[in-house]
Write a protein of this length. Structure first.
Length: 333
């Protein structure tokens, strides 16, 4: 069985200009995944990481204790890498410049949602970590700037997620397909279990929080009704499956086909998910696996960010299903 470490070394040749730096960053993320996996699996035995931390993040959302733990674990793992110039997290208001000599000379910046779906931890439901890697655009030798983090998604050099569920899996792309690795805790290694992952063009699952139905745009309401209608020619009705963790819903749809939607709504006029921490990395993965992602009109990876914590409506999954949802949005708004 090929391990993640072996796979990274083999694929290093795809990035000769990186001189092993990208491989080093992925190795750090592998370590982060192991640490978070360990503590999540002890969550029911300790109160130190369960529940609300009592503070809010920059978006005004309650931070769970595990949000902060995952954020700090990722930050500390990356700050020690000479390949990383800066870091931005959904849990921190501003980006962090690693303003040391090696940080100023590093080529890459990392953006992350350290623990997607963290409110599910208390009830033992799957959660995940999302990460996105860019080459900096500011001059080497100087501290990173906001411009380094405000790049459209098509400039990502790598992206991925870790899903902590019945097993822990790390799924990532460097722009050459998508590969998944399952963690073997008895050996302490991630093993290649899902090579060259491909998202089916069609699926039978739609994932959306239907409790917000009355707040959705007309196009989304009509698409939901379309999903619920019986039509043997298109294998409808579709099944509704919504976990409440983007990583978990996306992972299921990646393997089996489906669409995930978090649209704009009257209470979230710009959508709720963050473009840089969730939208771009998951869109990159989807496209690399043969799927697609849109804000209802535009390709996610072509959106030019204007804010570090910018929100975006998000439709991602099997390409034919996303295209059909887009048709409804274009026709009905």
């Amino acid at each position: 069985m090929k391990t993640l470490g072996q796979f990274i070394v083999e694929k290093q040749a795809e990035y000769p200009h990186a001189k092993g730096e990208l491989s080093g960053i992925l190795s750090s993320i592998r370590l982060v995944a192991k640490v978070i996996h360990r503590d999540i699996n002890k969550a029911g035995l300790t109160n130190n990481i369960l529940g609300n931390s009592g503070v809010e993040n920059v978006q005004g959302e309650a931070q769970m204790k595990l949000d902060l733990f995952a954020h700090n674990t990722m930050k500390h793992a990356l700050i020690t890498r000479e390949e990383v110039a800066g870091f931005a997290s959904e849990e921190e208001e501003d980006f962090v410049a690693f303003n040391t000599e090696r940080g100023r000379n590093a080529k890459y910046v990392i953006l992350t949602d350290p623990l997607d779906g963290s409110s599910n931890i208390d009830v033992n439901v799957s959660v995940g970590t999302i990460f996105s890697i860019y080459r900096r655009v500011s001059p080497i030798g100087s501290p990173v700037t906001l411009e380094d983090f405000m790049q459209p998604g098509h400039r990502q050099v790598a992206a991925g997620y870790i899903v902590y569920g019945s097993s822990t899996m790390l799924v990532y792309t460097t722009g050459h397909g998508v590969n998944g690795f399952t963690y073997d805790p008895s050996l302490g290694v991630f093993c290649l279990s899902h090579e060259n992952m491909q998202m089916p063009k069609d699926g039978k699952v739609y994932s959306i929080n239907e409790g917000q139905y009355l707040k959705f745009p007309d196009g989304v309401k009509k698409y939901i009704k379309y999903c619920q209608e019986e039509d043997k020619a298109t294998n409808r009705p579709y099944a509704s499956r919504y976990i409440g963790s983007l990583v978990s819903d996306f992972h299921r749809n990646l393997l089996k086909g489906g669409i995930y939607i978090y649209p704009k709504a009257t209470n979230y006029p710009n959508g709720k998910l963050r473009l840089l921490y969730e939208g771009n990395p998951m869109a990159f993965l989807a496209e690399q696996a043969g799927g697609s992602a849109t804000d209802g009109i535009n390709r996610i990876l072509d959106i030019q960010p204007t804010e570090l914590h910018q929100r975006v409506p998000f439709y991602v999954g099997s390409s034919n299903m996303v295209e059909k949802a887009k048709e409804f949005m274009c026709q009905y708004g």
